[in-house]
Design a protein around this ligand. Structure first.
Ligand code: ATP
Length: 314
């Protein structure tokens, strides 16, 4: 099953099920600029796709339906508000085809965790339905539909490590020699709302209580090129971290516990509450995950590596 087979399937449409795997993201650098007149903040971010995946299967059907299992099952609405359904409808509208499919989601990305799980499912639905319906859109066309669905969705089509600008929807891949980075992902008991975290940051900034904004991504890009996890650790940063810590003070204890367990650095992922830790290597990551789990500072600690590809047919 190679790229040629995938292209062929996308041109003809699929009769059988199409299965798509899509990763979670972390932000190695999340610089939050001023609030724009449209209500979004201007972002300067470096996205990084990691090996925690959701899987979406699309089958032929007479209507559009969604079922799910895994993280968030029983909590997440499966109706027209779900990003997977919204993505399928947006693609059908763009391509002028009926939005008929039976979608099934196997979720491993925690809900409202700052790992862009909902955006990942939207990206997966675009790639899966494009193949199921034979609409054969280019990755760039899919990315344009993706941008209307959410700021992180275009990145999750591409994957890898990439610079995100605008409100995050404008994505350019980072060209660096391939290096695998090893992470520990500390999943919290309950989620945090992304819009509320941005409002909290605005409030902290108005009160003069937020840290200095991160500024340029130059140091981060230089660190990626050096391929040394100690150098990358020193360059990680997230302007939303103060807001997440103000909303969930216990995260300070999680970050401390990871560093005490030997992580090179720990940051809040996106708007939180997931904390991610950079480890020196895979064995260290395993050890830190075990220690974090027994320290009782998170629901669960998982290891992951990155970068990994974006939404792909498997
Ligand atoms: P981000 O980092 O992109 O801000 P997040 O990881 O914090 O997102 P998500 O899990 O993507 O949070 O979802 C946030 C909200 O989006 C959920 O609480 C839910 O209301 C809504 N949502 C809609 N569809 C989905 C989906 N398929 N998976 C998860 N959340 C969804």
């Amino acid at each position: 099953w190679g790229p040629d087979d995938e292209d062929e399937q996308r041109r003809r449409g699929a009769s059988g099920p199409v299965r798509v795997r899509v990763p979670a993201k972390v932000n190695l650098h999340l610089g939050v600029g001023p609030l724009r007149p449209d209500g979004y903040h201007e972002l300067n971010t470096v996205y990084h796709a990691i090996s925690i995946h959701d899987e979406l299967t699309a089958r032929r059907g007479d209507t559009l339906t969604l079922t799910m299992e895994g993280e968030g099952a029983g909590e997440l609405a499966l109706d027209d508000t779900n990003l997977a359904i919204r993505a399928a409808r947006a693609l059908a509208g763009y391509a002028g085809v009926p939005p008929h499919a039976r979608l099934h989601l196997r979720k491993q990305i925690p809900l409202a965790g700052g790992l862009a799980g909902g955006s990942a499912d939207a990206a997966a639905a675009l790639v899966a339905c494009d193949a199921l319906w034979g609409t054969g859109l280019s990755r760039d066309e899919l990315a344009r539909i993706a941008a209307d669905l959410g700021s992180d969705v275009p990145f999750l089509i591409h994957g890898g490590t990439a610079l995100g600008t605008g409100r995050g929807e404008s994505v350019s891949p980072v060209l660096a020699r391939p290096t695998t980075w090893h992470w520990v992902v500390a999943v919290a008991d309950a989620g945090l709302s992304t819009p509320v975290a941005y409002r909290e940051l605005d409030r902290l900034r108005e009160a003069g209580a937020a840290g200095e904004p991160l500024g340029s991504t130059d140091a981060l890009f230089a660190a990626l090129r050096q391929r040394d996890p100690r150098v990358l650790a020193a360059a990680l940063g997230n302007d939303l971290q103060d807001a997440a810590l103000a909303m969930r003070p216990s995260l300070a204890g999680t970050l401390k516990a990871g560093e005490a367990a030997g992580a090179l650095a720990g940051i809040v992922s996106g708007s939180g509450p997931t904390c991610v830790f950079l480890a020196a290597d895979a064995a260290d990551a395993e050890r830190i995950a075990v220690e974090l789990t027994s320290a009782d500072v998170c629901r669960e600690a998982r290891t992951a590596h990155g970068p990994v590809p974006g939404a792909r047919i498997v």
